[in-house]
Design a protein around this ligand. Structure first.
Ligand SMILES: Cc1ncc(COP(=O)(O)O)c(C=O)c1O
Length: 484
């Protein structure tokens, strides 16, 4: 209680008592007099000491908790948050910024959807998968529907070890964990490794589904900017000297949303830093199969000789997202933690689908499928670039990615992004504003255009509408309703 002798409450002040107390405590935390993880005094004795109502103390603690400065543990008390205030106060560590762009958008048949990263359903290999499914049903009968091994169906894990050699990754079934999609993988890692207040480094900008998973575990995040060939390693090292992250979350190829891919040099630097500063790297390989050059990508995991990389591969964008299937290759040191997290999450991924996918891979149907969709997406990609160059080049800047399903563009003019998005929405064109992908307000002038689920005709119409919208808004910068 010694620290609290200096606290004097002024009953005549206009400032509510709980705020007075909260601000006093905040000052003690800010000056590092109250150190991280120190328990704040129990409510009743503190109230008696200060001659105030216990409910005022409760409100003061809630007030500090809302500011992220303290945290409470059920049945135990309230503690000073482990992170230094200078991090907590920076805009990079805040909730995902809300945007005035509506989050639930009515989508009809006539909507031109440049926002969705979900692949076109007409590219799903239904007949081939049906063949695999039928084979499994005939062969395994009821066994296909019983509880499965939490780690995943062993024949599938074995087949995956062969499959992933095409990416220069050599592993064994013991290190493979089957997951119900990459999002589950990210969530399981968070569940297994993160404690309240832990620090995670993320790329700036990044995939907001991962940010949401880290936030759900009470993690704080630091955004590290991206350069054209991967993470800005100088900034990364500055932060590493100050703070120890549990892990860094990154995408090596066709990063969402920027489309950036890592150079070999950046991959090596990142692995060296992970070793030097002792942290894990989550490599989210959600899309590397969709390369448009001749050379197939080589994931970071292929260079990981020191077991620093938690590799996550999804079969959503490159196959069928509704299958909810993917896998992770995990360092031994964390395997049991992740396995327990999987057990408590959903016991196991669907046995029927694991078996059918194993057949699908073993029948060598995958190679043909991925070759086909790569060619189709490449045509869409080239057509989109052609239309952009032809129609809206004067208004935007972008770097064409070497694969993937989207482009990341910057609006060069002063037109506010909300205005641009909302005006497009009036004409049934949807794009993804850059503010969705960062904790900081840095990407206000950016937007992502996806060609995952869009036809050639829609690309043509959509870009023409963008051109008309930009022309219109340039002359009427603050007018956006109505525009038809
Ligand atoms: C970068 C990234 N990782 C993971 C996911 C989630 O993938 P899955 O469907 O495999 O859960 C997405 C989905 O859009 C994504 O963009």
């Amino acid at each position: 209680m010694n620290y609290f002798v200096s606290i004097h409450m002024d009953k005549n002040s206009k400032k509510p008592m709980y705020k007075q107390l909260g601000d006093h405590l905040y000052e003690l935390i800010e000056k590092n007099i109250l150190k991280p993880n120190t328990q704040l005094p129990p409510i009743r004795s503190f109230a008696t000491h200060l001659k105030i109502n216990p409910s005022t103390v409760v409100r003061a603690y809630n007030y500090l908790e809302n500011r992220g400065v303290v945290y409470s543990q059920m049945g135990s008390g309230t503690y000073v948050a482990p992170l230094p205030l200078d991090i907590l106060q920076k805009p990079i560590v805040s909730k995902l910024k809300s945007t005035s762009f509506p989050t639930s958008i009515p989508i009809t048949d006539s909507t031109i959807n440049f926002a969705s990263m979900s692949p076109s359903t007409d590219l799903f290999p239904i007949d081939a998968f049906k063949k695999a499914l039928n084979e499994v049903l005939d062969r395994d009968k009821g066994n296909a529907f019983s509880y499965q091994d939490t780690q995943g169906y062993l024949p599938l894990r074995k087949t995956i070890c062969n499959f992933i050699q095409q990416s220069n990754i050599y592993t064994t079934p013991e290190k493979v964990q089957i997951i119900s999609g990459a999002q589950q993988g990210i969530d399981l890692i968070s569940k297994a490794l993160l404690h309240y207040g832990d620090l995670v480094f993320i790329e700036k900008p990044t995939y907001n589904g991962a940010v949401a998973a880290f936030q759900s575990r009470g993690a704080k995040m630091i955004e590290i900017p991206l350069e054209k060939d991967g993470i800005d390693h100088n900034t990364l090292e500055i932060y590493l000297k100050l703070y120890q992250p549990k892990f860094i979350y990154m995408m090596t190829y066709y990063q969402n949303p920027t489309g950036i891919s890592y150079s070999t040099e950046k991959k090596r630097i990142l692995l060296d830093l992970a070793e030097q500063y002792d942290f894990y790297i989550i490599e989210d390989d959600y899309l590397s199969d969709l390369y448009f050059s001749l050379e197939p990508p080589i994931p970071l995991k292929a260079f990981d000789h020191k077991n620093r990389v938690i590799y996550i591969k999804s079969f959503s964008k490159n196959f069928m997202p509704g299958l909810r299937l993917g896998f992770m290759i995990l360092p031994k040191a964390i395997f049991q933690h992740v396995l327990s997290a999987k057990q408590t999450t959903d016991i196991a991924t669907s046995g029927l689908l694991q078996r059918a996918f194993e057949r699908y891979l073993s029948l060598h149907l995958w190679e043909e499928h991925v070759k086909k969709i790569r060619a189709i997406y490449k045509i869409r990609y080239e057509y989109l670039i052609e239309q952009i160059e032809h129609n809206i080049k004067n208004w935007i800047d972008y770097i064409p990615p070497k694969g993937g399903l989207s482009l990341w563009l910057q609006l060069k003019s002063d037109i506010p992004m909300d205005t641009f998005c909302n005006t497009l929405l009036q004409r049934k064109v949807i794009i993804a504003p850059g503010s969705l992908f960062s904790l900081s307000p840095y990407y206000k002038s950016y937007f992502r255009l996806s060609f995952a689920n869009i036809t050639k005709e829609e690309i043509y119409d959509g870009i023409i509408i963008m051109k008309e919208t930009l022309q219109h808004l340039e002359n009427n910068p603050h007018q956006y309703l109505p525009f038809l």
